[in-house]
Design a binder for this molecule. Structure first.
Ligand code: FDM
Length: 217
């Protein structure tokens, strides 16, 4: 009779999948398509986004983005961080129960946008050290000029070409070799195809017990 050592036990879990990119890169549509695809294939999956505008903190962020309130750059940065921190335990329990989360923006947006205003990168990272690290980060890559040509910048605070150029540089500085870069100017179907492949592999690794890791550690 074979007894499995407890260290051999496989803790199957859901995957934390994060999509990042500039405004108008197609992130939100692709998150939706990916969510439907996984759901239809019978996988437990939820679509999340940051900022989560449904919480009290999220409402403060929303009114800031709509230019209805002004806040100090550091203060709004910390609200974005708090908005992720307040979802941390729910996030972890969903993943442990086997649910995959497709997340439209995460801490990388926090650092990219705030550091584009001139805040120190390390200062920006600090409040979120220890949050769950994504199992995969997909960056939908588009030049700020191309994104602006797509039109439909909605008039929110950051939706301006000059600022988006700086954000693009911040993202580049933040990205590492683990990020999957997908060319966002391909057709919707081709982007979708690449995403499915990336996410299928990632989901598989998490089902096979890939351990959690923490941000910025
Ligand atoms: N944004 C988003 C930040 O500045 N910091 C953050 O931590 C996050 C998650 O908020 F311009 C910015 C990015 C974007 C704006 O995002 C709202 P959506 O995806 O358009 O809702």
């Amino acid at each position: 009779q074979i007894h499995m050592a407890s260290s051999d036990k496989i803790d199957s879990r859901g995957a934390l999948v994060v999509l990042e990119g500039l405004d108008r890169c197609g992130k939100t549509s692709q998150c939706g398509r990916l969510h439907s695809y996984l759901e239809e294939s019978g996988h437990a999956v939820e679509l999340w986004r940051f900022p989560d505008r449904n919480t009290g903190v999220g409402q403060m962020i929303s009114s800031y983005l709509a230019n209805q309130t002004n806040l100090d750059d550091r203060a709004i940065h910390l609200l974005f961080s708090a908005n992720r921190l307040e979802k941390r335990s729910l996030m972890e329990s969903k993943l442990r129960s086997g649910t995959t989360l497709i997340v439209d923006r995460y801490s990388f947006s926090g650092v990219a946008f705030s550091s584009a205003k001139g805040l120190d990168v390390e200062w920006c990272k600090a409040p979120e050290a220890g949050l769950l690290a994504p199992d995969v980060v997909v960056y939908l890559d588009i030049s700020p000029e191309k994104a602006a040509e797509r039109g439909g910048y909605g008039g929110e605070r950051y939706e301006k070409l000059e600022f988006q150029k700086t954000v693009a540089q911040s993202y580049k500085a933040l990205s590492d070799s683990t990020w999957k870069i997908v060319e966002a100017t391909l057709s919707i179907e081709d982007v979708e195809k690449q995403l499915r492949q990336i996410v299928k592999e990632c989901v598989q690794m998490c089902q096979n017990g890939k351990p959690f890791s923490q941000l910025w550690r």
